[in-house]
Ligand binder design. Structure first.
Ligand code: ACO
Length: 444
């Protein structure tokens, strides 16, 4: 609550409530009292801090949103210092061990764990929507033979909006729900088609007898057999990877989904924006960099020299460090276990030994300890993907399949949030003003 009811500030003493911030504008000597709620002040409360009546008012400058909350959200909780990740309050460790990806998707989207009948209905709905229109297939066949699968996924998810024009009616709860089911159901199909295209192999239609992860494996790997039977350990590991990637609050791609969705465009276009953001090497591509690094190190004997180079600042230890986690990324612990399960099936990968030894050495080294650098989700995920026979171009695609449920949950929350409007940041203009147009002949 502000004591500045005039909008002019209060040069005298301000009666202060304990949950407020008192700001003194040294340009004018005026004081303002701004409410603090959830350890946060509202930027718009600063707008009334002005020197002159016709000033725009004070703004905050926050490139890359390092310290700006863009929404209230009840979906994902992260405590980066303690290494905690929870979806709707449930610890990621319990979900990875006891739940399934489709159950987690239900949880993220609906806010509660489903009852058995609810889960059965949800699983049935997703399963019967896995097929795509034949024109989608033809559309994908039009890509160049070596098209990047993430580019194909991005384009084909965007194209789905033209197949379901009713998706524009985002305020219609039933229509909206249909698109949610379609997005989760069709994402693995589009991803697998992109993979097969890249390999020059015929596309495999969904097998609705299989689980969500099992069907994806079938669409990727089936060759001539009548029925593909995924190894249950591989199926479980992939399902766990989807769970671990399902949501991570306001990261770059989720912010893209929310920002584009705030224009009230259909959810296919919003999710396509998220895929675009995830395509970038700073977001979905670090696991590929980890693999390249491990291949370059080649043997455990080379690790000490490599670590010395990292400490000298010659390069980074990829898969280590995180903007939010200043502790072991809880997802990395789970992935490490899943990697061991996968290697039981596929045979061990010497890169895993290098990764584990690298982790051991780094976690004992003062350089990494003092900077709170721990393995992140990408340190082991690339190894699993590689063991599954996935080329590196598919790594972000696999990430996108899992993240779809989180993107949708965040999109839904944004649509129903009365406080949200079209996303429209301000800027500090640094260019010239009021310049007269110069005819071409007079330009030097
Ligand atoms: N290897 C070596 N040193 C590192 C690393 C690393 N991986 N990460 C951070 N540091 C050092 C920095 O050099 C810096 O040291 P200094 O204080 O002596 O200058 C200090 O730790 C702090 O690093 P910042 O770059 O300020 O940390 P920031 O939060 O900006 O970066 C990031 C986080 C980008 C993830 C970083 O740790 C990094 O580059 N890691 C490697 C890439 C990677 O694994 N990315 C995947 C992230 S998870 C995901 O996106 C899904």
């Amino acid at each position: 609550m502000s004591t500045d009811t005039t909008g002019q500030g209060d040069a005298g003493g301000v009666a202060q409530a304990s949950n407020t911030l008192t700001i003194t504008d040294n340009r004018t000597g005026r004081q303002y009292e701004v409410p603090i709620e959830d350890e946060t002040i509202r930027s718009i409360d600063l707008r009334r801090i002005k020197v002159n009546d016709d000033d725009f008012g004070l703004m905050t400058y926050d490139p890359a949103f390092m310290n700006t909350a863009s929404c209230r959200s009840s979906i994902t909780y992260i405590d980066g210092d303690k290494g905690i990740l929870e979806y709707r309050g449930y610890p990621i460790e319990q979900l990875a061990e006891r739940s399934s990806y489709l159950e987690v998707a239900y949880l993220l989207i609906h806010g509660e764990l489903p009852t058995q009948p609810q889960l059965d209905t949800w699983t049935h709905e997703v399963t019967i929507h896995t097929f795509v229109h034949e024109n989608v297939k033809e559309f994908m066949q039009g890509f160049r033979y070596d098209a990047h699968p993430m580019g194909m996924l991005l384009a084909s998810v965007g194209a789905l909006s033209t197949f379901y024009p009713e998706a524009t009616q985002i305020k219609d709860v039933d229509l909206r729900y249909q698109q949610i089911v379609r997005l989760i159901a069709k994402m693995p199909t589009l991803a697998a088609f992109a993979y097969r295209h890249n390999r020059g192999m015929p596309y495999v239609y969904p097998d609705n007898d299989l689980s969500y992860a099992g069907n994806f494996l079938s669409m990727v790997y089936k060759i001539a057999e009548l029925k593909y039977q995924p190894d249950p350990r591989i199926e479980k590991a992939l399902d766990v990877l989807f769970i671990l990637h399902a949501d991570h609050e306001q990261n770059c791609s989720t912010s893209a989904v929310r920002s584009v969705g705030s224009s009230q465009v259909d959810p296919y276009s919003s999710v396509a924006a998220g895929i675009g953001a995830l395509y970038g090497p700073l977001h979905g591509g670090a696991n590929e960099a980890v693999l390249r690094m491990l291949r370059r190190i080649r043997t455990t004997d080379n690790i000490p020299a490599f670590v010395e180079g990292v400490k000298k600042g010659e390069e980074r230890l990829m898969g280590f460090g995180h903007r939010v986690y200043k502790n072991y990324d809880p997802r990395a612990k789970i992935i490490k276990r899943a990697a061991q399960d996968v290697f039981e099936v596929t045979g061990t990968n010497p890169l895993l030994d290098i990764a584990m030894e690298l982790e051991r050495i780094a976690l004992e080294d003062e350089y990494f300890v003092s900077r709170k650098l721990y393995p992140n989700v990408d340190f082991y995920s690339g190894l699993i993907y590689e063991a599954l026979g996935m080329p590196v171009e598919m790594f972000p695609v696999l990430f996108a399949i899992g993240r779809t449920s989180g993107w949708i949950a965040q999109w839904l929350e944004m649509i129903d949030d009365k406080e949200q409007k079209i996303a429209r940041p301000r800027q500090i203009y640094t260019g010239g003003r009021e310049r007269d147009y110069v005819p071409m002949a007079q330009r030097s």
